[in-house]
Design a protein around this ligand. Structure first.
Ligand code: NDP
Length: 291
C-alpha cells in the first residue's frame, strides 16, 4: 500500500490558508476518510493571497479534485474565483468550503451551521425562540448570526467594537429574516448590560481570547446561571470569558464543536457520505494534542 493508501484513483481535498501549518482539518478529515475506507486524501496547501487565482485554476484543472476548505485570510477573496455560491455563502459574504459540481466551482459556508450543530449536539440547545447576544461582527460572527436566524432565533443583538460593522451585519440579515428581531450595539453601549442580563445564549465571535487571559471589555455583572455562554475560539480551550462564565455557574461551550461540525458538513459535501463524527472528533483530538 502506498503512503496513506494513496493510489491512482485517490481523490484530493485541500485546506487553503496562509499560514496553514496550524490547521487541524487534515487530521480531522483524513481520520474520517480512513474510518469509512474512502479513497480520499486531505492536504494542507499554503497559498499566499497573490496565489489565490492560480489555486482556483489548479482546482479546475484537477479531474480528481473533490473539494477544499478555505481559511484565513482567503474566505472573502476566494469568492471572485468561483462560479456560484450557496445562499449561506452569499449572505455571509465568505466561503469556507469549495466543491466541484458539473464542472463548476461552488462555494459554501458551513461555519455557522457548524456552530448551531455543536449547540444541539453538545448542549441539547435548539436556537428556535432564543434570545442571543453575539459579540463580534466579522466573518465568523456573520456566519453564526445567519445560522441562528435561519434556525428560528427570536432575537439577535450584535455588539461590536466598531458599531458600524454591527449595523452592517444586522442590516443585511434583518430583511432576510423578518421573524427575528435584530439590534446592533457598540461594545461600549450602556444597553449592553440589559442584553447580557436577558440572553439565553451569549457568544463571543471576536478574536479576543486567542491570547490566553485576553479579556473582552464586557461587563458580566448581570450574567445569570441560565445563560449558555459560548466562544468560537477553541485554542485556548477555555478563554477568560468562558472561565468567568463558568465561575458564575453558567454552562459553557468552546469552539471545538463548531470546528468539528463545520468540518462534518464539508466532509458530506466532499464525499456525499454521512460524516463519521466519532472518528473525526478523535482525529481532531489527536491533531490538537500534537499541535
Ligand atoms: P474577523 O477578523 O473577520 O473579525 C474579528 C472580530 O473581532 C471583529 O468583530 C473585531 O471587531 C473583533 N475584535 C478584534 N480585536 C478586538 C478587540 N481588541 N476588542 C474588541 N473586538 C475585537 O475574524 P473572524 O470573524 O474570521 O474570526 C473571529 C474568531 O472566530 C477567530 O478567533 C477565529 O479563530 C474564530 N473562528 C472559529 C471557527 C471555529 O470553527 N471554531 C470558525 C471561524 C472562525 P472590529 O469589527 O471592531 O474590528
Amino acid at each position: 500500500m502506498a503512503a496513506m493508501g494513496i493510489t491512482g484513483t485517490t481523490r484530493l481535498c485541500f485546506v487553503l490558508g496562509h499560514p496553514v501549518a496550524h490547521s487541524l482539518s487534515p487530521a480531522m478529515h483524513n481520520a474520517g476518510f480512513a474510518a469509512l475506507g474512502l479513497p480520499f486524501v486531505y492536504l494542507p496547501w499554503a497559498v499566499p493571497p497573490e496565489g489565490l487565482a492560480a489555486a482556483a485554476a489548479a482546482f479546475r484543472a484537477m479531474e480528481n479534485f473533490a473539494g477544499a476548505n478555505v481559511t484565513v485570510p482567503h474566505k472573502e477573496r476566494i469568492r471572485a474565483f468561483l462560479d456560484a455560491l450557496s445562499p449561506e455563502a452569499e449572505a455571509v459574504g465568505a466561503v469556507n468550503t469549495i466543491v466541484p459540481r458539473d464542472g463548476r466551482l461552488v462555494g459554501h459556508n458551513t461555519d455557522g451551521g457548524g456552530f448551531v450543530a455543536s449547540l444541539g449536539e453538545e448542549k441539547g440547545v435548539d436556537p428556535r425562540g432564543a434570545r442571543v447576544l453575539l459579540i463580534g461582527a466579522g466573518g465568523g460572527a456573520k456566519g453564526v448570526a445567519y445560522a441562528l436566524a435561519a434556525h428560528g432565533a427570536a432575537e439577535i443583538t450584535v455588539a461590536n467594537r466598531s458599531a458600524g460593522r454591527a449595523e452592517g451585519l444586522v442590516g443585511g440579515l434583518a430583511t432576510q429574516f423578518p421573524g427575528c428581531q435584530f439590534l446592533a450595539l457598540a461594545l461600549q453601549s450602556p444597553r449592553l448590560a440589559e442584553a447580557v442580563r436577558t440572553a439565553d445564549v451569549l457568544i463571543n465571535a471576536t478574536s479576543v481570547g486567542l491570547i490566553p487571559g485576553e479579556t473582552l471589555p464586557l461587563d458580566l455583572e448581570g450574567l445569570g446561571p441560565t445563560t449558555l455562554v459560548c466562544d468560537v475560539i477553541y485554542r485556548p480551550p477555555e478563554t477568560a470569558l468562558l472561565r468567568a462564565a463558568r465561575e458564575r455557574g453558567c454552562r459553557v461551550l468552546n469552539g471545538l464543536g463548531m470546528l468539528l461540525h463545520q468540518g462534518a458538513a464539508a466532509f458530506q459535501l466532499f464525499t456525499g457520505a454521512a460524516p463519521p463524527l466519532d472518528a473525526m472528533r478523535a482525529g481532531l483530538a489527536r491533531g490538537f494534542a500534537g499541535s
